[in-house]
Write a new protein. Structure first.
Length: 495
């Protein structure tokens, strides 16, 4: 079994396996692999045990002297100086052996340390190459005024250069995009002339026609010297540039989407405003048409009743004036003006709405009753807006009782709450409220009527909340619904 750590084999072209004891290949006369290492190992073995060989040779040299001392069976006394001579030689040789042994130990220690340092260096270089590959960053170095450039493996890849060729500054500048070539050359010239650092981004045009975006950063070592050395890094930022372009496109798309959303929001707002305007104006217009028809009937009788016709015409004038007031309120909203609030007698507003809707109530066979607290003070409010709220609640009550058999009654009450606020309630004996609809009926565009817009209650709640009040709904026993709203009382005792 071969105990040598070297694998025997031919160094020549045949590369055949050879026995461990072979000194030359029979086919190509080449020395086997490990032959030189074997010779060095053998010499090292002899040097390591050199002290033992020296002592042995000294002993062999002393043997003839002993033989001479015992020649012919007689004892011959050796001179004293010869004994000391041989002793000195032995001591000297032993010292030389010890010194040689220590030197060998020191050389072996240096070799081990060098091997460890070389291994660390190779490992560090491998880590650096891997880091450069992952970060797409290569390193380079060059001397000012010289063409030769030292590149790392990743730098070769970035500039698409052949590692087998010797790179130069011109080969790197040759990769520069024609539109950026002047700027890059000026940067290199300025750095070489003034010893300045370089930090610039530019494009590289590859042989296959593709374009890379790179960032080059260099730093001058010993810039005060005549020929400073530059070390730097080059980073492939093509993917980052592509990401920035995608981000810009996404931002543009977002801006366009926001603009479209604002347009849709404006269109929706205009739609809500149009629906609100139609909802609020249609009521006084319908009342004006009703009063106009009533006036015509009084005038076309066989005996025209001028007094009744006059009253109908006056009501028609009030209806048209109320429609004009509604339009003025909307114009004030666009002008960001607050409608004027004056002391308003809520009971008087209720009576006006009762008279205004009397004809419609008669058509629906509905009886309108009022229970008003005569001691209520006036409130600071917008009279037209309170009329809108009351009319909307009363019309909803009338619509809820159109298909009901039995008693049809609309009751309007006014009074005070325990907290001292003014409270108005409008109750009917109609179909009532479903528990699930109690909160949804105040949402925009939510309606339970076939031809409703779903804006009346939402607008009414907004008006009441603008007056620091509250509007809500509840079921009525045994049938119907009740709508309440409260308003704070200002100026106790005002007429």
């Amino acid at each position: 079994m071969n105990s040598s750590p070297f694998v025997p084999g031919c160094r020549g072209e045949c590369e055949r396996a050879l026995p461990a004891s072979t000194f030359a290949c029979k086919e190509c006369s080449a020395a086997p692999r490990g032959f030189r290492q074997q010779r060095r190992s053998f010499a090292k073995y002899l040097l390591r045990f050199g002290d033992c060989w020296v002592v042995g040779f000294v002993a062999l040299g002393a043997c003839p002297l002993n033989a001479m001392a015992e020649e012919n069976g007689a004892s011959v006394a050796l001179p004293q100086w010869s004994v000391w001579w041989f002793a000195a030689i032995v001591v000297l040789l032993l010292l030389l052996a010890a010194v040689n042994h220590r030197r060998i130990k020191s050389l072996e220690q240096c070799k081990r340390e060098r091997t460890i340092a070389l291994d660390k260096l190779q490992r560090s270089e491998a880590y650096a190459d891997e880091v450069q590959r992952l970060s797409h960053t290569g390193s380079l170095s060059m001397m000012a005024g010289q063409e030769e450039v030292a590149l790392s493996e990743e730098a070769y890849r970035i500039y698409d250069l052949d590692p087998a060729t010797k790179p130069s500054l011109q080969s790197i500048l040759k990769r520069t995009h024609p539109e950026d070539a002047a700027r890059v050359r000026e940067s290199f010239a300025c750095a070489t002339r003034e010893g300045m650092d370089i930090d610039l981004e530019y494009r590289c045009l590859m042989e296959d026609g593709s374009i890379k975006h790179v960032r080059l950063m260099t730093h001058a070592l010993r810039p005060e010297s005549e020929t400073p050395e530059y070390v730097g890094a080059v980073t492939d930022i093509t993917q980052a540039k592509a990401s920035e372009a995608d981000l810009r496109r996404a931002e543009c798309a977002l801006c366009q989407a926001q603009a479209d959303l604002e347009y849709v929001d404006r269109a929706t707002t205009m739609g809500e405003l149009t629906a609100s305007l139609a909802h609020e104006i249609i009521q006084p217009i319908a009342a004006a048409m009703t009063n106009a028809n009533t006036c015509v009937r009084w005038l076309t009788r066989d005996e025209p009743d001028l007094n009744e016709a006059r009253e109908a015409a006056l009501r028609m004038v009030k209806d048209t004036a109320r429609a004009a007031e509604i339009i003025n309120r909307i114009r004030q909203i666009f002008k960001k003006e607050s409608p004027p609030r004056v002391p308003v007698d809520v009971n008087e507003v209720i009576r006006e709405m009762t008279v205004l809707l009397r004809s419609e109530a008669m058509d629906c066979a509905v009886v309108i009753r009022t229970e008003l607290d005569a001691t209520l003070p006036a409130v600071l409010a917008d009279r037209v807006q309170l009329q809108q709220v009351l009319m909307n609640l009363m019309v909803n009550g009338l619509d809820a009782m159109k298909e009901i058999d039995g008693t049809r009654e609309l009751l309007i009450r006014s009074g005070r709450t325990e907290e001292g606020q003014l409270q108005i309630s409008v109750s009917d004996t109609g179909v009532g409220l479903h528990p699930q609809h109690a909160n949804q009926i105040f949402n925009s565009f939510y309606t339970t009527k076939p031809h409703g817009t779903g804006l009346g209650l939402r607008i009414s709640r907004s008006i009441i909340e603008a007056h620091c009040g509250r509007l809500w709904a509840a079921e009525k026993t045994p049938r119907g619904a009740i709508f309440y709203f409260t308003l704070p009382i200002h100026g106790e005792g005002m007429a």
